[in-house]
Design a protein around this ligand. Structure first.
Ligand code: ADP
Length: 558
């Protein structure tokens, strides 16, 4: 700006200087022209006077420089001329100044002389004898005049120029100084120039708008951060060049990244080929999805390109942990295969036995046994279907029937279960005892009955003849502990962790023989998860098993 003001002032000064020089030259020209005319008049008058006194001799002594003297008689004939021979000169009667002088005594004119190619002043006076004396001199042209005054003019011009430059330099600094010291943080508090008040008002209003926008942006950024940081999924935002704009904690953790990541190239910081490939596809403008395994977990990564005005502006990468989903899928597949297999076996037996009977291939005496077998297989089939249904209901999180959360006296519940199992106990020659605290819990009677019936049933089933099932109740404050101890066959260590799996049986044939489905303990574990209970198994082969169940005393259903 200083430069602009400086050059503007310089330009104006230069124009003023040139104008001054032109005006001075013009003034000088007109002044000198007047001077020249006046001195020509005086010289003519002096010449006229001299001729009147001394007559023709005047011309002998005439020494005039710069002026031409012409003497013309009353008929216009040239009697004398300082420049040309009078004999070669024509009549001057037509000359304006001569005609005028002959008429009125004095005549003057300015003419361009073709022969001398310059303007001439003519001044003529009529003498007493009727002749006319005329003096003329060439009028100096402007160029000639300027040429004569060129040095002082140049000096004046340079002086003006120097003065202008100095002033321009000072002035431009003086004008710009208050502008440079403007307080733009508080534009309306500046009092220097009234002319820039509208500009300052505009700046102030823009500033307010910017502050508001900044505040809004910050708020939105904070909301975005709060949302993304709370996400369990990894979220990465890249710009169109693949630089990280935003990355949430879950993504940082999952990808094992460290340090400040904003503005860094995403792909070059990643080791996993699938992630790099997905991000790369996104940056090519393609939606892409891939699965990858990292530290034993299965993830899926989705790349979604973001467009603005059909221009790729960035890519959103979403990383999801799908380990549980995958495991559930494989469990479901395994379960379906197991269910079909488990159902097929009793159905085959039933259809085989009934076919033999219907074909009359069974002896009359054996029909009863075959009937028993069909009964036992169909009973097993029913138990299986019942357990499968129960499990699938638990999987769905639904509990059919009237589930009421009531105060359950565990002693009463266990005694009822004992009663229900009295036939099996008698058959297996197993004795059941109940001891311990009087504990009540607030829970679902039906589900609790399922849990403990299954566990006590197992303790009876996998017992030895003359064996013992001891149930102990303990109040541990917030929980009620139900300890079911048996003196049965026990479970080998390597099987303990697996007995809660669906259809898992330590000894398949033995379990089947005693009517086991392999689903009882999975139902127990699943039910306890819903009731907020915990289960622990300790067992020693051939000595017995101790199962401890901790039940919350207060209602704990989701
Ligand atoms: P099942 O219907 O076959 O009893 P469970 O899920 O109830 O199925 O039990 C799974 C397996 O755990 C059983 O097949 C059995 O081998 C073992 N098991 C469960 N409880 C006991 C126990 N009290 N003593 C010994 N083994 C047991």
């Amino acid at each position: 700006m200083t430069k602009k003001i400086f050059s503007s002032i310089c330009l104006v000064s230069f124009c003023v200087a040139i104008s001054c020089v032109i005006l001075i030259a013009g003034g000088l020209y007109s002044y000198f022209t007047n001077q020249q005319q006046n001195s020509l008049k005086i010289l003519t008058e002096m010449a006229a006077e001299a001729i009147e006194h001394i007559g023709e001799d005047y011309f002998d002594e005439l020494e005039l420089s710069g002026s031409r003297v012409t003497w013309v008689d009353a008929e216009g004939k040239v009697l004398y001329d300082t420049l040309l021979e009078p004999a070669h000169m024509g009549s001057h009667l037509e000359r304006e100044e001569i005609t005028e002088a002959l008429k009125s005594g004095i005549g003057e004119s300015v003419r361009y002389s073709d022969s001398l190619t310059e303007y001439w002043f003519y001044y003529a006076i009529r003498l007493s004898d009727g002749t006319v004396i005329r003096l003329s001199s060439a009028q100096s042209s402007v160029i000639v005049l300027i040429a004569e005054f060129i040095i002082p003019l140049i000096v004046i011009f340079l002086f003006i120029l120097f003065l202008s430059l100095l002033l321009a330099f000072r002035l431009s600094k003086l004008i710009v100084k208050p502008l440079n010291s403007l307080n733009l943080d508080e534009p309306l508090n500046n009092k220097h120039y009234d002319e820039i008040k509208p500009l300052l008002a505009r700046i102030s209003s823009q500033q307010h708008k910017l502050i508001k926008q900044e505040r809004d942006l910050l708020k939105r950024q904070q909301e975005f951060t709060a949302v993304t940081e709370g996400m369990s999924e990894g979220l990465v935002l890249l710009n169109s060049r693949g630089l990280i704009l935003s990355i949430n904690n879950a993504a940082v953790k999952l990808l094992g990244l460290k340090g400040e990541l904003k503005g860094k190239d995403f792909i070059s910081n990643i080791n996993t080929a699938k992630i790099r490939e997905t991000a790369g596809e996104g940056l090519f403008g393609n939606s892409f999805e891939a699965e990858f395994t990292l530290e034993g977990k299965i993830y899926t990564i989705k790349a979604e390109p973001v467009y603005s005005d059909s221009q790729l502006t960035g890519v959103v990468l979403l990383l999801l942990d799908i380990t549980d989903k995958k495991q559930n899928e494989s469990l479901r597949r395994e379960f379906t295969a197991n269910v079909s297999h488990e159902l097929k076996t009793p159905l085959h037996s039933i259809s085989g036995y009934s076919e033999l009977i219907s074909e009359g291939l069974v002896k009359e005496s054996d029909v009863k046994d075959f009937g028993k077998k069909i009964y036992s297989e169909s009973h097993r089939l029913l138990s299986l279907v019942d357990d499968i249904l129960r499990l699938s209901r638990l999987d769905e999180g639904k509990f059919t029937g009237d589930i009421e959360y009531t105060d359950i006296n565990l002693k009463v519940l266990i005694s009822e279960i004992f009663k229900g199992l009295s036939y099996q106990c008698e058959r297996n020659k197993v004795e059941c005892t109940l001891e311990g605290d009087e504990v009540s819990i607030k829970s679902s009677y039906r589900l609790c009955e399922d849990v403990f019936k299954n566990l006590i049933d197992n303790a009876v089933k996998y017992n030895k003849p003359e064996g013992l099932v001891k149930v102990k109740l303990k109040d541990t404050g917030n929980f009620a502990a139900v300890i079911i101890e048996d003196t049965g066959i026990g479970i080998e260590k390597e099987h303990i962790s697996r007995i809660f799996e669906r259809f898992y049986r330590v000894d398949k044939s033995h379990s089947k023989n005693i009517g086991g489905t392999g689903l009882g303990l999975s139902i127990v574990k699943h039910t306890l998860k819903h009731l907020g209970g915990e289960i622990d198994v300790e067992s020693e082969i051939n000595k017995g098993t101790k199962i401890t169940v901790l039940m919350p005393k207060e209602k704990n259903l989701p």
